[in-house]
Design a protein around this ligand. Sequence first.
Ligand code: IMP
Ligand code: MG
Length: 182
Amino acid sequence: MNNEITINGDRFTIYLTEDQIKARVKELAARINEDYKDKVPIFIGILNGSFIFFADLVREISIDCEVDFLKLSSYGDAKISSGQVRLLKDLNCQVTGRDIIVVEDIVDSGLSIDFMKRLVMKEHPRSFRVASLLLKKSVAKIEFPIDYVGFEIPPEFVIGYGLDYAQKVRNLRAIYRLAPKD
Ligand code: IMP
Ligand code: MG
């Protein structure tokens, strides 16, 4: 695995290795398996960023479950949030009366997850929880907890394992962070 990569002239260094991520995903799944052992939750993945975390997480789930996806857009092609969330693809499942676990790659400003929660709550689920691989706690402005957090990270730009830089590098197996310019 490369410890350093350069994209569009920006240097990124390794932050979370494939093994670290794998171990943590297993721990989160174990907690979910326990918490939902008598239930049949619907995992809702937020596209595109969560697709790899989502696939790895649900393959560690041993209880009955269903999956669905929703597509939001907020970043465009930039490294900084545009501050606007748009719904690009709605849900196909019936949320009413169901136990919902939303799966996110990262909670940054919290705008996307806040938007998502409002959307889901309108349909009156039985319960609502969030699993996010990464949480930038110091910047997230949300009035509800992120129930399953993989890693709390500082407010830095990270890529890989689903997270993009101008739509690229989502396929990297590890997570990298933007290195300071020297
Ligand atoms: P939020 O609405 O600001 O919480 O950010 C939500 C979305 O922006 C995430 O689901 C990601 O897709 C994207 N995002 C936030 N921070 C990063 C980052 O550091 N790298 C890549 N994408 C990010
Ligand atoms: Mg996302």
